[in-house]
Structure formats: structure tokens, C-alpha cells
Design a protein around this ligand. Structure first.
Ligand SMILES: Cc1cc2nc3c(=O)[nH]c(=O)nc-3n(C[C@H](O)[C@H](O)[C@H](O)COP(=O)(O)OP(=O)(O)OC[C@H]3O[C@@H](n4cnc5c(N)ncnc54)[C@H](O)[C@@H]3O)c2cc1C
Length: 430
């Protein structure tokens, strides 16, 4: 018997949902991902800020799909797609044919054409990114402690987060907590609580897609935590010494990039129309024009809702799109019989720190402890696996009770040549 062959590229929120929808079908499903794990990106900033460990927010794809006998998981990076011949090419030269193809390759951060900034301002998309940011932040305090010159030490105690979206807000709040709570009384020569944390946003307000009242609340909460929120501040350059903006220079050895997204370069090989972020402009059924067997979903897709607005690049949209496409493939619906994808907006929330968050569900806006509680429940509910849920709950309990962070480990040695912060700074050599 010949089974319908389905290839899914990407085991993130969107791709994994498609795979699960094809459980117990007579289809032969191949899930390809360059990583061996599904990553819960909404909690990445907690790994970057040493509150959680990588294994708390990542789960092996094989383990998740081990009971799904019709599904094979293969680790590999897809290099190009030949849509005319229905072939997917991997970087190692292997190729696979398909009847249906689902592309769910997500997005990565973009520096708006200034790729050299990445060296000084890492972004937050993968576990490696989160660990690298964690390393930089923790090393900064260590370096500041070793420096005799106060002026030089200050540079290591200045932290800049660029981008006032949810990730930037969460990251700035977390660094403020590290400086004020976690590191408190840990050092003898420096006072971590005197660290300066800047959140820089080009738009007139932080959390731009949220209602204005919540943006104001988030700003006030951050300011109360000691974060300087600089809006209307466009970054023009980033160097080893800090950031240049239209309003002046900020000296800092620690800059984190939380602005701008770019879809995976793989999409260019499809040879279809892309939007400014490199996402595929998909039809109403999330397939691409003239190729009803190819779907693009999640952060890789530019899809429009029934009001003509772009569907946001969030996990809930990716999951809903995955479920929709999984059902279409399961029923082998021809394009003419497919109802358009409908996005159901479940609301947005961003946490700012311990017991502090803002949330907006329909017309209902709330903030503070209630929003934080809702944020916590939702994130725990969406985490995959009993072990991760349990360990995240325990870590949070421990952190919120004591202010301590369980993953405060530095892997590099402080004088390592690979340390980006130490490159040419004579003042820290002993
Ligand atoms: C720091 C951060 C915080 C966020 N916070 C929230 C939040 O609070 N709430 C919310 O709703 N959303 C949040 N998001 C957005 C949300 O995580 C994304 O919208 C969601 O992950 C998109 O799912 P996806 O399946 O499209 O892509 P992803 O989850 O990114 O998965 C893409 C997968 O494709 C794989 N892949 C990529 N290219 C290839 C290739 N060429 N070959 C093989 N495999 C490949 C990747 O390894 C990855 O596993 C956040 C995102 C980030 C980065």
C-alpha cells in the first residue's frame, strides 16, 4: 500500500501541532528539524536571566512523538525546496519527496541590515542565544568586581536592552531583578543594585501593540524597578563600548537585541512573494499560490485575518494554524473546498518581574498580581511534559520566595579569548 507522504519542516509550535493532528492517520509523516528539541520560546528570557535551565523549556521531539508510529523525526537542516518536483533538499545532500509539505521554520532576529551589530548585541531566539546572554550578564558583574577604576567598572554595570516589545520588557525587568535581588550582598567591591538598566525603543511607547494604558503601566512598573525607559530613541550604531542613538551615546558592555524579526532564509528557495520580513504571503488556506499541497505556517507566514490585519507572530497563532493545516491534510481537502483560516485572538500578556505583569484579553485589560498569576498559569499549561511543568513550578516557587536564581552558572573562564566582552580591555587584566 502507498501512503500519502507528508513532510513537516520545523518542530516548533506550528509544525508540532500539524504532526500531532496527523496521529493515527494512514499517512507517512516525516518531521525534519535542525534541532533535536521543541523549544518553548516564551520562557527563553528566563534561561537568559538564569531563572530556569535549558532543559526546563526544551523537550526532545523524539520523546514527544514516540507513540506516534506513523511519524519519523529526523534531525537535519533543510537547505532548499524544489516545489516543481516536490523534493526537499537537506544541507547534507539527502533529499526527500512529499505529497504534502508544511513549512514551519519560524523566524530569527534581524538587525535591519546591520549584521555587524550581532557581535555586540546578541538576540534571543534559541537556547544557545539565551545561554550566551546569561553568560555575558553574569560575567559582567564578575568583571566589574575585578576592576579598580570605578569609571571602567560602571561600563560593566550598564545594561542596555534594545526593543520595547514583550521580550525587551521581560528581559529589562529580569536584569533589574538580578541586579537588585539576586546579586544583593554577593559582592564586596561593587554594588550590583547600583547597575543602570536602559530599555531603548524607537517607537513613542513600549509594548506598541498593547492598549496605551497597559504600555503606561508597564513603563511605570519598570521605572519603579530602576529601569530607564527611553522611547522615541532610534539606535544608529552598536559598538564594543555601547550604543549610539539619535539622542546620544550610552556606554555599556552589555547590550541585548530584542527588536526586529526576519523569517528563515529557506523561504527564498520557494520563489514566491515574500513580505518585508521575508515571510511567505500565503493564501487564505495558508497554502502558497498555485501549489495547494504546500503550506507555510507560524512565524514563517504572512497571513491576513478576516479584518484584513496581519496575524501576529505569536505562539497561539502558530498552534491554531498548525491545527487548521493538520485537519486539511488529514481530510485531504482539495483547495476549492477549504474554508479560510480564522485566527482567534486569545489576548496578550507580558511579565515585567516578580508578581508584575500586564495582560489584555478582548476588551479586558489588567495588570499587577492578577495578570502575573494568569501569565504563570498559561505558561505552565502550554509547557510540554509533566517533568518540565513540575520543575518550572518548583524553580519559580524558589525564586519568588528567595529572589535567588537556580541557574547562575558561568561556563567560560573569565579570561577566555572567546569572551566577547574581554576582547581588548586592558583594564581587566590582572
Ligand atoms: C524570546 C521570545 C519570547 C516570546 N514570547 C512569546 C509569548 O510570550 N507569547 C507568545 O504567544 N509568543 C511568544 N513568542 C513568539 C512565539 O514563540 C513564536 O510565535 C512561535 O515560536 C512561532 O512558532 P513556529 O512554529 O512558527 O516557529 P518556531 O517555534 O520558531 O519553530 C521553528 C522550528 O523550525 C526549525 N527550523 C528552522 N529552520 C529550519 C531548517 N531550515 N531546517 C530544519 N528545521 C528548521 C527550528 O529549529 C525550530 O525548531 C516569543 C518568541 C521569542 C523569541
Amino acid at each position: 500500500m502507498i501512503y500519502t507522504k507528508v513532510i513537516i519542516i520545523g518542530g516548533g509550535f506550528a509544525g508540532l501541532k500539524v504532526a500531532k493532528k496527523l496521529h493515527k492517520t494512514k499517512m507517512d509523516v516525516l518531521l525534519l528539524d535542525k534541532k533535536n528539541h521543541h523549544l518553548f520560546q516564551p520562557l527563553l528570557y528566563q534561561v537568559a536571566s538564569a531563572a530556569l535551565s535549558p532543559a526546563d523549556i526544551a523537550y526532545p521531539l523524539r520523546e514527544i512523538l514516540k507513540h506516534q508510529k506513523n511519524t519519523t523525526v529526523l534531525m537535519g537542516e533543510v537547505h532548499s525546496i524544489d516545489k516543481e518536483h516536490k523534493v526537499v533538499h537537506l544541507t547534507n545532500g539527502i533529499k526527500y519527496t512529499y505529497d504534502y509539505l508544511v513549512i514551519a521554520t519560524g523566524a530569527k532576529h534581524s538587525y535591519f541590515g546591520n549584521d555587524s551589530w550581532e557581535e555586540h548585541a546578541p538576540g534571543l531566539k534559541t537556547l544557545v542565544d539565551a545561554l550566551s546572554i546569561r553568560e555575558r550578564v553574569l560575567l559582567s558583574f564578575e568583571k566589574a568586581e575585578r576592576i579598580d577604576s570605578n569609571l571602567e567598572a560602571e561600563k560593566y554595570l550598564n545594561f542596555v536592552v534594545i526593543g520595547g516589545g514583550p521580550t525587551g520588557v521581560e528581559m529589562a525587568g529580569a536584569i533589574a531583578e538580578i541586579a537588585q535581588d539576586t546579586m544583593f550582598k554577593n559582592f564586596r567591591r561593587i554594588r550590583p543594585e547600583k547597575s543602570k538598566i536602559f530599555l531603548v525603543e524607537a517607537a513613542p511607547r513600549i509594548l506598541p501593540p498593547y492598549p496605551e494604558s497597559l504600555s503606561k503601566k508597564a513603563k511605570k512598573t519598570l521605572e519603579n524597578m530602576g529601569v530607564k525607559v527611553l522611547t522615541n530613541t532610534m539606535v544608529t550604531n552598536i559598538t564594543h563600548d555601547g550604543i549610539e542613538t539619535k539622542n546620544g551615546f550610552i556606554s555599556a558592555r552589555n547590550v541585548i537585541w530584542a527588536a526586529g524579526n526576519q523569517a528563515s532564509p529557506l523561504l527564498k528557495t520557494l520563489d514566491v512573494t515574500l513580505d518585508r520580513q521575508g515571510r511567505v504571503i500565503v493564501d487564505k488556506d495558508l497554502s502558497i499560490p498555485d501549489f495547494p499541497e504546500i503550506f507555510v505556517i507560524g512565524d514563517a507566514a504572512c497571513a491576513i485575518d478576516k479584518k484584513g490585519k496581519p496575524i501576529p507572530a505569536v505562539a497561539t497563532a502558530a498552534i491554531q494554524q498548525g491545527a487548521y493545516v493538520g485537519n486539511l491534510i488529514r481530510k485531504e481537502k482539495p483547495k476549492s473546498k477549504r474554508k479560510p483560516f480564522r485566527y482567534f485572538d486569545k489576548g496578550s500578556m507580558a511579565t515585567i518581574g516578580k508578581l508584575k505583569a500586564v495582560a489584555c484579553v478582548g476588551n479586558f485589560k489588567f495588570s499587577g498580581f492578577l495578570a502575573w498569576l494568569a501569565w504563570g498559569f498559561i505558561h505552565i499549561a502550554y509547557l510540554i511534559g509533566f517533568r518540565t511543568r513540575y520543575s518550572v513550578m518548583l524553580e519559580w516557587y524558589f525564586h519568588y520566595l528567595t529572589g535567588m536564581r537556580g541557574a547562575r552558572l558561568i561556563h567560560e573562564t573569565i579570561d577566555t579569548e572567546h569572551d566577547p566582552n574581554s576582547s581588548s580591555d586592558p583594564s581587566i587584566q590582572e
